[in-house]
Design a protein around this ligand. Structure first.
Ligand SMILES: Cc1cc2nc3c(=O)[nH]c(=O)nc-3n(C[C@H](O)[C@H](O)[C@H](O)COP(=O)(O)O)c2cc1C
Length: 323
């Protein structure tokens, strides 16, 4: 059982399955489980304090000798600079920039043998990321949980492949939750998948109390793109808080003030300790449309293996159509 792509070769991993660097969720247990299963785990460092990232990286290294990565949002001035030293010292194999390309750090990371990836919601983001020297791009469609754009995965991925796929591997993201999605991504020309929401519904994911249950209960139309938690467009579980701001957009503040506002109002605990009690009718619960297909918690390693097995079955089924 093996799906060899440019991504598995570049990252020296067994399966072309990447755990998204989800703030608040992708901590050491989940990251280590995905890497150990032959995919690659990525720490979501955007919610980590400066001293927390080195600790999390040490815990990943203690749990697995396989490669892993770190994802940092670069929207806040100084955040990348603060985290980059830890990324280098902590033994990461890849660094992923969540928002915007950290042009200034690409050369430094390369000199330390760390590969750089960039999240892209539009073709022009991918073109500019590649011009900045990144080693792979993640084409993330609007179906994705978390900060997201307006273009759907099925549309975005082949366009990004056409634009930059001859130069670097392209990874598909947004609304993918099983092996059919992996096979479809390969069919679109991608070299692998970057999965968020499916990995929240695992025993290893870190989450506030009620988040995983909300995700299991949500239907495919139960998420909404809202600016009510961060000030930026973010796909989350729809609840009373998001409904209120849909009706009162005049109360929204820009990023990052809305982060402070939602936190102060007790509706934003992303990054809080595992199992923190929250009011889920108001809480910030980033979640992709794929949650509609998720109805049980599954160990992260099983998800990786199951995805690859299903992708192979899917490709066999498609090949049989031609006979
Ligand atoms: C809880 C959560 C937190 C996220 N945090 C980040 C982040 O800090 N940085 C980032 O680049 N992407 C973040 N994302 C987006 C993911 O990296 C990924 O692109 C997305 O989850 C893929 O779509 P899916 O959820 O449908 O699998 C987050 C997504 C979720 C669900």
């Amino acid at each position: 059982m093996a799906l060899k792509t440019r991504l598995t070769e570049l990252l020296d991993i067994e399966h072309p399955v990447m755990l998204a660097g989800m703030g608040g969720v992708s901590y050491h247990r989940l990251v280590a489980a995905v890497s150990e299963a032959g995919g690659i785990g990525t720490l979501g460092a955007s919610t980590m304090a400066v001293d927390e990232l080195p600790e999390e990286m040490a815990k990943v290294r203690a749990a697995t000798s396989k490669p892993f990565g770190v994802d940092l949002l670069t929207a806040l001035p100084g955040q990348v600079e603060a985290g980059i030293e830890s990324v280098i010292d902590g033994g990461a194999r890849i660094f992923v920039a969540g928002l915007g390309v950290p042009r200034e750090v690409v050369d430094l990371l390369h000199s330390k043998n760390i590969l750089v990836g960039s999240m892209c919601g539009k073709v022009r983001h991918a073109v500019s990321a590649v011009a900045s020297g990144v080693d792979f791009v993640v084409a993330q469609g609007t179906e994705a949980g978390g900060h997201t754009g307006t273009v759907a995965t099925l549309t975005l991925v082949p366009m990004v492949v056409d634009a930059v796929g001859h130069t670097v591997p392209v990874v598909a993201a947004g609304g993918l939750f099983d092996g059919r999605g992996l096979a479809a991504s390969l069919a679109l020309g991608a070299d692998g998948v970057w999965i968020g929401t499916r990995f929240i519904a695992t025993p290893e994911a870190r989450a506030v109390k009620g988040y995983k249950e909300a995700l299991l209960a949500v239907a495919e139309d139960g998420t909404v793109i809202s600016r009510s938690y961060t000030g930026k467009t973010c796909r989350v579980v729809r609840n009373d808080w998001t409904n209120h701001f849909d009706e009162h957009p005049e109360e929204l503040q820009p990023f990052p003030q809305q982060v402070l506002a939602s936190t102060k109002a007790g509706a934003n605990h992303l990054g809080a300790k595992d199992g923190t009690t929250v009011d889920v009718t108001r809480e910030f619960m980033p979640c992709g449309q794929g949650a509609g297909a998720i109805d049980e918690l599954i160990p992260a390693g099983d998800i990786v293996r199951q995805m690859v097995r299903e992708a192979e079955e899917t490709m066999g089924r498609i090949a049989a159509v031609r006979r």
